[in-house]
Design a protein around this ligand. Structure first.
Ligand code: PLP
Length: 446
């Protein structure tokens, strides 16, 4: 309607006048304006419908406007919108119980935060207090959040302008078979060499100084490079051997994204701490958290934990988590994500890689896939430099959008990260849009 068009235009103008956006040079931006969303689709202010193959920032694991969660939020809002963190509340208690039920091993105590970055901040603080050590090991090609310590733990270029040189974070090279730092030529060799490198790092940095190792179980924004067999098990063994707290960052990979409740479940590994956010309630209300082992918990059984937030375990966010986890269970969304990965995304993307010389590699699990684009398969020269964009990538992204898709793109990669309950038809339609648009990228292959 003309009113909706006007409202959309006004939203855009006010945005440009007053809203300061993340990670951006403000006057280079041209944001899309969205007015409506449902399931795997979103509508812009002109009434155009887009297939959401991004799940926004890979967080709407249950899709948009799921009625179970909307109703849970409405019900909670009617009963009790907010309550201070020192009081007990049914929504928070039940969310913690459900999360404890889903996490592996004895990770049965949950500290709630507002998102993923502060979950990692608190996890590291707990590890430091638990061990009395300061250093933190973290992987290059990782993302752990935008707050000060979390961005210093991050291993992508966004860390560099924020690097204070005094964060205590030391970066190591992760296992990444496609672009191996270890010149390995098999996944087994990659695992073995990456673990040997990690152990060297621990010894050379001084195990007695290292509080924590923080690692995305499957690195997300950095490229969905699934660790080769044995790597995560090896990380668990090394951290245990040297008394280092193993923090698995499951902010993006967790809550069904990779076809298991937590990505570590692929390897049967129990870290000391899992950090989560995003999929815990699909981002309907901001929520993150730290799930910790009994050993970590015991450090703070008699000694106060020196940290907190006004909104720790906010009832609206926790009610949304209870709603989301309930809906995911009732509708078998995690199983569906695993099936989609095995039956649709895996085989279709591999077939696409055969057809398109611009595809260097496809990889992933569940509803968590990356297409890594290259200008040359032999040299693996990326379609955009690490940390940057390129005219070739921008052209491809524009083509995907004009074909009616909202993609997730990062550097030289397109990620296939739709809601876990996307229909098979929509999943295939999205892949067909990518397949079609990739001819543009193929034209730049040398
Ligand atoms: N950790 C990982 C693996 C993430 O992907 C993100 C966000 O993308 C974060 C942490 C930070 O979460 P938030 O943006 O909620 O602070």
């Amino acid at each position: 309607t003309p009113e909706q068009l006007d409202a959309g235009r006004r939203a855009y103008e006010l945005d440009r006048a007053h809203v300061f956006h993340s990670w951006s040079a403000q006057e280079t931006l041209d944001p899309m304006t969205f007015v409506k969303a449902e399931g795997s689709h979103v509508w812009d202010a002109d009434g155009r419908r887009y297939l959401d193959f991004s799940s926004q920032l890979v967080n709407t694991n249950i899709g948009h406007q799921h009625p179970t969660v909307v109703n849970a939020i409405v019900k909670q809002a009617t009963e009790l919108c907010t309550i201070a963190p020192q009081h007990a509340n049914a929504a928070r208690s039940e969310a913690a119980r459900l999360i404890a039920e889903l996490t592996p091993g004895d990770l049965n105590r949950v500290f709630f935060t507002n998102g993923g970055a502060d979950a990692n901040e608190h996890a590291i603080r707990m590890a430091r207090l638990h061990t009395g050590r300061k250093k933190v090991l973290s992987a290059y090609r990782s993302y752990h959040g935008g707050t000060h310590l979390a961005i210093n733990a991050t291993g992508d270029p966004r860390r560099i302008p924020n690097d204070d040189g005094d964060s205590g974070v030391v970066h190591f090279f992760p296992a990444y078979p496609y672009r191996s730092y270890f010149h390995s030529d098999s996944p087994e060799q990659e695992t073995q060499r990456a673990l040997a490198h990690l152990e060297d790092m621990i010894v050379l940095e001084g195990a007695a100084n290292i509080a924590a190792l923080v690692l995305e179980s499957i690195p997300g924004t950095a490229g969905i490079y699934v660790p080769p067999p044995g790597y995560i098990e090896g990380v668990r063994e090394l951290t245990a051997k040297y008394g280092i707290v193993y923090i698995a960052d499951e902010v993006m990979a967790g809550f069904g994204r990779a076809g298991k409740w937590f990505a570590v479940d692929h390897w049967g590994v129990t870290p000391d701490i899992i950090t989560f956010a995003k999929g815990v309630n699909s981002g309907y209300v901001p929520l993150g958290g730290v799930a910790m082992s009994e050993t970590i918990y015991q450090t703070f059984a008699q000694r106060p934990y020196p940290g907190g937030l006004t909104y720790s375990g906010h009832p609206l966010a926790c009610a949304a988590a209870v709603g989301a986890i309930t809906a995911m269970r009732e509708e078998s969304m995690v199983e569906n994500a695993a099936r989609l990965g095995e039956e649709v995304f895996g085989p279709e993307l591999l077939a696409m890689a055969e057809r398109h010389p611009s595809i260097g590699e496809v990889r992933g699990a569940g509803c968590f896939w990356a297409i890594e684009l290259v200008k040359n398969r032999e040299t693996k020269e990326p379609m955009a430099a690490y940390g940057g964009s390129s005219p070739e990538m921008n052209e491809l992204i524009a083509a995907l959008k004009s074909a009616g898709m909202l993609p997730f793109a990062n550097f030289n990669r397109i990620h296939v990260v739709p809601p876990l309950n996307i229909s098979d038809d929509d999943a295939r339609r999205g892949l067909a849009i990518i397949d079609e648009a990739l001819h543009l990228a193929d034209a730049h292959v040398a």
